[in-house]
Design a protein around this ligand. Structure first.
Ligand SMILES: Nc1nc2c(ncn2[C@@H]2O[C@H](COP(=O)(O)OP(=O)(O)OP(=O)(O)O)[C@@H](O)[C@H]2O)c(=O)[nH]1
Ligand SMILES: [Mg+2]
Ligand SMILES: [Zn+2]
Length: 355
């Protein structure tokens, strides 16, 4: 195994040399369990923790390693290591942490492509696809939509759903697949390249782990039928993990997500809803909210049916969510700053009192 097999590239190597990391080993985070990491290097797999220094200098969740990250580490024994640096990320997929406003959760780092997976059964929601797209678009990750479990419906129904997706979502590849019949697998296999990293996103039970198992030809992830009584996924996969396929592609499996909250989605909404953004430049008022204003080009286009109404509503909802997220983050920063000042003054007083 060489590092390139794990997705290592020239840019990372340049950083390693420029930062004199010659005395460290380089590895990739393949799994994380509550701040314990499993790192793959050229020599094997290591259980690892971050150094105290790294922990204390971390300002937010983003300063901790995540699955897919490249790290500099020192190995001890045959299976333990300490991580002292995270190498710069080419991309990072994140969402608003469930139940914690203003907090983000990192899904994975250094991802080239995301497979946004939705099953054709009760799981199918265009609004949710747009949500995942926004996250991918703000993360510099190329999205590919996989419509899964198409064995459950007939040809006509499949083309109807594909048509509905295409009406609302342009310029994103959509592949209809079945893990039962393996229809669509050829198309997926032509997309998966050696040394590139793919991340699977989707609700519980859509068939992410089944797809991974089938592509690898091995049962590397446990899969289970969805409980029929509640009709909800059972969250069979409990943690993120990175695997290398035989053709050299690198895939990250994720636990199913129930909520996909928009975190700081710089540019994400603009790309996902480019038509709306384009129209909004022609609105009469510069600060148009596209809700009630006269002379709003967006509203006009919605009325004429040129912009899908549901898509427009989804856009407004995510815009509000983003604004709320940003204000919560700003609020917290302010509080932290105030607390910092108190601490500083306190230390000053302590020093004064010494003399
Ligand atoms: N009919 C049909 N069933 C499928 C297909 N793919 C997966 N399943 C079934 O759906 C159930 C859930 O599949 P998993 O692969 O565990 O789903 P998952 O997305 O990994 O779920 P989590 O790990 O909970 O996020 C299993 O019973 C699979 O056998 C498919 O293409 N067609
Ligand atoms: Mg799974
Ligand atoms: Zn407007």
């Amino acid at each position: 195994m060489i590092l390139e097999d794990l997705g290592y590239n020239n840019k990372l190597e340049k950083f390693r040399i420029d930062n004199n990391l010659n005395n460290s080993e380089i590895g990739r985070v393949v799994a994380e369990h509550k701040e314990r990491y499993i790192i793959r290097t050229t020599t094997g797999e290591f259980d690892a923790e971050i150094t105290g220094n790294m922990r204390f200098s971390a300002k937010s969740r983003e300063d901790f390693p995540a699955v897919g990250d490249w790290v500099a580490l020192t190995t001890y024994d045959s299976d333990f290591a300490l991580i002292h640096k995270t190498l710069p990320r080419s991309s990072i997929i994140k969402r608003q942490a469930v139940g914690q406003f203003g907090e983000i959760q990192i899904i994975a780092a250094n991802i080239d492509y995301a497979f946004i997976i939705q099953a054709v059964d009760r799981d199918f929601k265009l609004n949710r696809i747009e949500r995942y797209l926004t996250i991918c678009n703000s993360s510099k990750v190329n999205p590919i939509i996989l419509l899964s479990k198409v064995d459950l419906i007939n040809e006509l129904q499949i083309s109807e759903i594909l048509e509905r997706i295409k009406l609302r979502i342009k310029n994103v590849p959509v592949i209809a697949i079945s893990n039962e019949t393996q229809i669509g697998y050829d198309a997926i296999k032509t997309i998966i390249e050696k040394g590139k990293t793919y991340c699977m996103l989707g609700s519980s039970g859509v068939g992410k782990s089944t797809l991974l198992n089938n592509l690898s030809g091995k049962t590397i992830m446990r899969t289970e039928p969805i409980s029929l009584s509640t009709n909800k996924g059972r969250h069979v996969t409990s943690h993120r993990e990175l695997f290398i396929l035989e053709n050299g592609g690198i895939i990250i499996d994720n636990p199913g997500m129930r909520e996909v909250g928009i975190a700081d989605s710089t540019g994400g909404l603009e790309i996902t809803f480019d038509l709306i953004i384009h129209l909004s430049k022609k609105c009469k008022f510069k600060d148009c909210t596209h809700t009630t204003e006269n002379g709003c080009s967006v509203l006009e286009a919605v009325e004429k049916g040129e912009v899908d109404k549901a898509s427009y509503e989804n856009y407004l909802k995510m815009e509000r969510e983003k604004a709320y997220f940003e204000s919560t983050v700003a609020e917290r920063r302010k509080k932290e700053k105030e607390f910092g000042k108190i601490l500083k003054n306190y230390k000053k007083d302590m020093n004064k009192n010494k003399y």
